[in-house]
Design a protein around this ligand. Structure first.
Ligand SMILES: O=C(CO)[C@H](O)[C@H](O)COP(=O)(O)O
Length: 228
């Protein structure tokens, strides 16, 4: 995961996107340190009287939203007006997500939203996606998916936990293969190849899904459309 961005830049991006939240909205709450700033800003607005309901994309975003006093709902009971989420890499209208292993739920919530805003610091922007693509797999499919990723030209690595022995286990009870394909010339083609592999729950390529990006710096925020 690219982690070069400053927290001030992430905060500026998160707070900028949170300003798009309007009274009465159902809001998809992304995962990661940049989305967390948006959640905190929404929580402050709720304290000040804003009436919104959040749909979290992970255990982490659920806990933070609860701590911030944001009322929550499940996706089966509401439809999302606006989602705000971070990214590990952004090139044109395409993203790589899943640095927090939350990309399966993130994709479900973000894709369901009427509008999806990406929040990022400038280190996430690039011309061509080349970050390893996180692929969530059913545990029994780890080796078969790894072999298929190699046939697609990728180099899969099981994501290991930092504070425990063994692999990262997602909120859904699955494993993550970080698959390095080098520069990705055709993200849409790779996205469909990965999605077609038996045992793949979800991958972190988000192709043409986001409407707008808020790129923060300590000195200000650039907002621009991602979907034409
Ligand atoms: O996709 C994600 C989690 O699965 C995050 O949004 C992504 O990793 C960016 O995180 P951060 O804002 O901490 O850099």
């Amino acid at each position: 995961m690219k982690q070069g961005g400053s927290d001030a830049a992430k905060q500026a991006a998160g707070e900028s996107a949170a300003e798009a939240v309007e009274d009465g909205m159902i809001v998809g709450l992304g995962t990661g340190s940049t989305a967390a700033h948006a959640i905190r800003a929404i929580g402050q607005a709720v304290d000040a009287g804003l009436d919104v309901v959040g749909v979290p994309t992970s255990f982490q975003s659920r806990q933070l939203a609860r701590d911030c006093g944001i009322p929550l709902a499940d996706l089966e009971d509401v439809s999302v007006d606006l989602a705000i989420d971070g990214a590990d890499e952004v090139a044109g209208g395409n993203l790589i997500k899943g640095g927090g292993a939350a990309h399966a739920r993130e994709k479900i919530v973000d894709a369901s939203a009427d509008r999806f805003l990406v929040v990022a610091d400038p280190t996430k922007e690039t011309d061509v996606l080349s970050h390893p693509v996180p692929v969530e797999v059913l545990p029994m499919a780890r080796s078969t998916v790894a072999a298929s990723v190699e046939s697609l030209g990728g180099d899969p690595a099981l994501r290991r936990a930092e504070r425990k022995d063994g692999p990262v286990v997602t909120d859904n009870g699955n494993l993550v293969l970080d698959c390095n394909f080098g520069p990705i010339d055709d993200p849409a083609a790779l996205a469909s190849d990965l999605a077609a592999l038996p045992g793949v729950v979800e991958h972190g390529l988000f192709v043409d899904m986001a409407d707008e990006i808020h790129v923060g710096t300590p000195d200000g925020v650039t907002v621009r459309p991602l979907l034409e």
